[in-house]
Each structure stands twice: as structure tokens, then as C-alpha cells.
Design a protein around this ligand. Structure first.
Ligand SMILES: NS(=O)(=O)c1ncc[nH]1
Ligand SMILES: [Zn+2]
Length: 240
């Protein structure tokens, strides 16, 4: 039973969470976040069976996030999306119990303190994930690039800056990966303002049918969002 106790005791900072804006504490020491994605080097876009992922070259500090709750620059490694089968659900974080249609995660790692992403992914200050809510309207045409499971397509010079809302106001809290292995290693930075995507584009997410190499292995990819987890006394801070 001790392994069970160990497990229970250490599930203290799981993600996502429900963010309640008026309960977040406005912290004057929280500076703005700074995104240096201009010389970002996207490499490929792929469908890993749970999401669509765009990988970046993280061998140097060309694409980093810094400022806000972060003590040093964190390197952009990949971004991916979470969505649902209906327009009213799909994001992982919720705001006063309300879901958005989808949520974009830009995953960064602390290359100052750790040698590799995998090492950082198990450290309490190893990762920083920028979460951006997607509402329904505009165009995010990544999906036409890959709808086949396991398909990897060249995807050079894509600058994620075009996926950002006008304001970089954010909430921040200490949490975890929202997919296995659920490591409690993420400093979450969730932007308050959503970006808007078209219903058609979101529909493409939902219709993301893919076939593996084997014939007739047709699976529907949908509802790849984890529900909100217990706050366990954590504080959510709000930027100014
Ligand atoms: N969804 S998440 O951003 O917490 C994540 N990134 C890598 C694995 N899981
Ligand atoms: Zn994610």
C-alpha cells in the first residue's frame, strides 16, 4: 500500500485546472512575457495519434520565451493542439468553468539548467508551456498539411507568432504535463485572450481521420483534452 500512499502524496500539482479570474492574485512583480520566435526554426508537422505537433530545432536559443514567472529563457521545442468533438468543449484549462473550443500549447524547456528536454521534463522548473485558447472564427490552416497518422511533413519557416492574440496578459501557476507521464514539471503561462479560428478549421480538427500504415486502421482523433484537476491549495497569479 505504501506505493499507493506515495502516489497519492505526490499528485500535488496536476494540470489542467479551472482558472477563476477574480480568485487569481494580481502580482505587481510579474513582468510581461517576452517571446523571441522571429528566428524560430520549425522542422516538421506530424500527427502522433493524440494531436497534431509542430517540432522546432531546439539546439540553440533562437526561439525562446522569457520574463513573467521565468528565471531564465526557455527554449521552444514543439507546439500542439487539444480539441473536442463539439464547439463548446475542447480546451484543457477552463475559465470559471467555461471551456473554449480548443487550446494551443507551446512547449519550452529550461536549457540553462538542464542538458536535454527529457531531463528538464522531470524537473520542477524544467518546462514552461504557453497555453492559448482558440475560439471559433479565423483561419489556422495547419491541418491541411497532415491528416495521416505517422505522417511527417516538412514544415519550414512557420512562425508561431501568427498564432498569438493581441494581448499577452496571462495567468500563471505551477502544474504538470496534461498527457502521460504527467510529470509535475511545468510552469504554466495561460494567455487570457483567445485567438479565433473558423468553425471550418475546427471542423477539420474534428474530422482528423487518419490511417496508420496498415490498411483499415481508421481511428477518429477527438476529445484529446484532459479535464481540470484539483488545485490542492495552489495559487494562480495574474499579470498586470
Ligand atoms: N499537453 S502538454 O503541453 O502538457 C504536453 N507536452 C508534452 C507532453 N504533454
Ligand atoms: Zn498540450
Amino acid at each position: 500500500v505504501s506505493w499507493l500512499v506515495d502516489k497519492l502524496v505526490f499528485i500535488l500539482r496536476q494540470s489542467p485546472i479551472d482558472i477563476v479570474p477574480h480568485q487569481a492574485s494580481r502580482d505587481p512583480n510579474l513582468s510581461q512575457i517576452v517571446l523571441n520566435y522571429d528566428r524560430c526554426t520549425s522542422i516538421n508537422i506530424s500527427n502522433n495519434g493524440h494531436s497534431v505537433v509542430v517540432e522546432f530545432d531546439d539546439t540553440d536559443d533562437r526561439s525562446v520565451i522569457q520574463g513573467g514567472p521565468l528565471d531564465n529563457p526557455y527554449r521552444l521545442k514543439q507546439f500542439h493542439f487539444h480539441w473536442g468533438e463539439k464547439g463548446c468543449e475542447g480546451s484543457e484549462h477552463t475559465v470559471s468553468g467555461n471551456s473554449y473550443a480548443s487550446e494551443l500549447h507551446l512547449v519550452h524547456w529550461n536549457a540553462v539548467k538542464y542538458k536535454t528536454f527529457d531531463e528538464a521534463a522531470t524537473a520542477p522548473d524544467g518546462l514552461a508551456v504557453l497555453g492559448i485558447f482558440l475560439d471559433q472564427k479565423q483561419n489556422v490552416n495547419l491541418l491541411q498539411f497532415c491528416s495521416l497518422l505517422g505522417s511527417i511533413t516538412d514544415f519550414k519557416d512557420f512562425n508561431p507568432k501568427c498564432l498569438l492574440p493581441s494581448s499577452l496578459h496571462y495567468w500563471t501557476y505551477l502544474g504538470s504535463l496534461t498527457t502521460p507521464p504527467l510529470h509535475e514539471s511545468v510552469i504554466w503561462i495561460v494567455l487570457k485572450d483567445p485567438i479565433t479560428v473558423s468553425e471550418k478549421q475546427l471542423g477539420k480538427f474534428r474530422m482528423l481521420l487518419f490511417t496508420g500504415e496498415e490498411e483499415d486502421q481508421r481511428l477518429r482523433m477527438e476529445n484529446n483534452f484532459r479535464p481540470p484537476q484539483p488545485l490542492k491549495g495552489r495559487k494562480v497569479r495574474s499579470s498586470n
